[in-house]
Ligand binder design. Structure first.
Ligand code: F6P
Length: 337
């Protein structure tokens, strides 16, 4: 009987003895929980585990070290990432990815686990396609905009941080009978703004300059004042670049003589102790990522959908389209009358 020839992916994957883990893109609270889980699950299954410091940039400069169970001790409760992270434009180039592959080969690292957002996971996918290196992706971003998963690590903590801030702003806004415009993070995603808006009883949420309807915002503020409300909060999603709040402030003043105060929350939302959700999800996603390696399932992304956390193919994840959730906006508007 002719012997069945192994595909190149099978032959490369047949003997994974070691892997490296890195964080890429913006950090998010809970990344440390993922790292701890990946390292300890890896050790449990007998892998040699390496940590890459400073994301793809660190990989390219060979900033790679061996990790053991104690190197991830006492980090569950810490914000940021002990591996640090970076945004590495060079990794968009094929030659750079090949160089990264050779560095991993020289260090005898057989697979790579990447924790990060859409761009970072795409980088991992291309790396796999070009070199057949086994890769696994774990969604990590406060923006919760990673395709193929309804949850990404850090979102819950970022939302909670913003809610705490808006609650404090509400105190002073009420004391002074003021309108506040609070800008939250989310480069391409309104997710933080919508959640924070609902949870703080905001009067309206603004997503972009294009959809900014100043008359509607004024009407929402005015209706509140007319029924005796002593403060108004408008949440703005920062969009491509921070500062849209100042435009809303300017138009409220010019068109309706409303003096609104602006507060941009910024990077405070990226730090802090992860919430129980981010600790649990981070631990589970890290565990499932290593389990996928033991089962030789790659390239995959660990995703959370309809209450279940499981792996999905990286191709499917990267190419799935996000559907905007307009029902949350309707919920907010219904409750903020
Ligand atoms: O990580 C996502 C994010 O926090 C976005 O919400 C924000 O727009 C962006 O990163 C800020 O990026 P930087 O790390 O360059 O400040």
């Amino acid at each position: 009987m002719p012997s069945k020839k192994k595909s190149s992916t099978e032959s490369k994957s047949s003997n994974i003895k070691s892997f490296a883990v890195l964080c890429s893109g913006g950090d998010s609270p809970g990344m440390n929980c993922v790292i701890r889980s990946v390292v300890r699950t890896g050790i449990h299954h007998g892998f040699k585990v390496f940590g890459v410091q400073r994301g793809y940039a660190g990989l390219l400069s060979g900033n790679i070290h061996k990790m053991d169970a104690s190197s991830v001790g006492n980090i569950l409760q810490k914000g940021g990432t002990i591996l640090q992270t970076s945004r590495c434009k060079e990794f968009l180039q094929k030659e750079t990815r090949r160089e990264a592959f050779h560095i991993l080969q020289r260090k005898k690292i057989d697979a790579l686990i990447v924790i990060g957002g859409n761009g970072s996971l795409k980088g991992a996918f291309h790396l796999h396609r070009e070199t057949l290196l086994p890769v696994i992706g774990i969604p990590g971003s406060i923006d919760n905009d990673i395709s193929g998963t309804s949850y990404s690590i850090g979102f819950d903590t970022a939302v909670q941080t913003a809610i705490d801030a808006v609650d404090k702003i509400r105190d002073t806004a009420t004391s002074h009978e003021r309108t506040f415009i609070v800008e939250v993070m989310g480069r391409k995603s309104p997710a933080i703004a919508l959640y924070v808006g609902v949870c703080t009883g905001a009067e309206n949420v603004v997503f972009s300059e294009k959809t900014l309807n100043i008359k509607e915002i004024y009407n929402d503020i005015k209706r509140g004042i007319d029924r005796g409300k002593s403060s108004s909060i408008i949440i703005v999603a920062e969009g491509e670049k921070p500062g849209l709040s100042y435009e809303v402030q300017k138009r409220l003043k010019q068109n309706y003589q409303i003096d609104a105060h602006v507060c941009i929350l910024g990077h405070i939302q990226r730090g802090g102790k992860p919430t129980s959700i981010d600790r649990f999800m981070g631990s589970k996603m890290g565990y499932l990522a290593v389990k996928a390696l033991t089962e030789k399932k790659f390239p995959v992304v660990v995703a959370h959908n309809q209450g279940t956390t499981d792996i999905i193919s990286m191709d499917q994840s990267i190419n799935s389209k996000e559907e905007g959730d307009l029902t949350t906006l309707d919920l907010l508007k219904t409750l903020s009358i």
